[in-house]
Design a protein around this ligand. Structure first.
Ligand code: HEC
Length: 105
């Protein structure tokens, strides 16, 4: 019985580790994609102060609080004629990674 408990705890531990690794991977991927596609407008911290963003006539406000799903919807739709839509240029997984990264900023 003791052994069974031990095995159970061990499996739980491994599961959590796998989950954490997967999450780390998504964040790393999200950061790379953000730096490639978004940072020039939205800035490194999401304050809207990237080199392109700070030269727009109408300033980009800092990110509001959105769920991952809402960010993905925004990415599929684009914004204010300035921000392109990423419906086909980013895969669903890439968009999820970026959303997770933004929510970790
Ligand atoms: C060419 C500049 C540009 C690029 C590149 C760009 N955006 Fe934007 N983004 C904007 C503008 C402009 C808005 C509209 C801000 C407003 O509502 O006034 C916006 C709005 C947003 C919003 C909604 C902000 C809010 O709080 O309402 C999100 C989320 C967002 N962008 C994410 C991204 C992500 C993620 C990327 C990269 C995949 C990206 N943007 C690339 C210019 C850009």
């Amino acid at each position: 019985m003791k052994l069974l408990k031990l095995i159970f705890i061990l499996i739980l531990f491994i599961d959590l580790k796998v989950y954490a690794d997967k999450n780390d991977q998504l964040l790393t991927q999200g950061k790379a994609l953000y730096n490639q596609h978004c940072v020039m407008c939205h800035g490194a911290s999401g304050a809207g102060d990237g080199p392109v963003g700070s030269n727009l006539s109408k300033k980009i406000p800092p990110f509001k609080k959105y769920s991952d799903k809402q960010i993905i919807d925004i990415l599929n739709g684009g914004k204010r004629d300035v921000m392109p839509d990423y419906r086909t240029t980013l895969t669903a997984e890439q968009k999820e990674a970026i959303a997770k990264y933004i929510n970790s900023l």
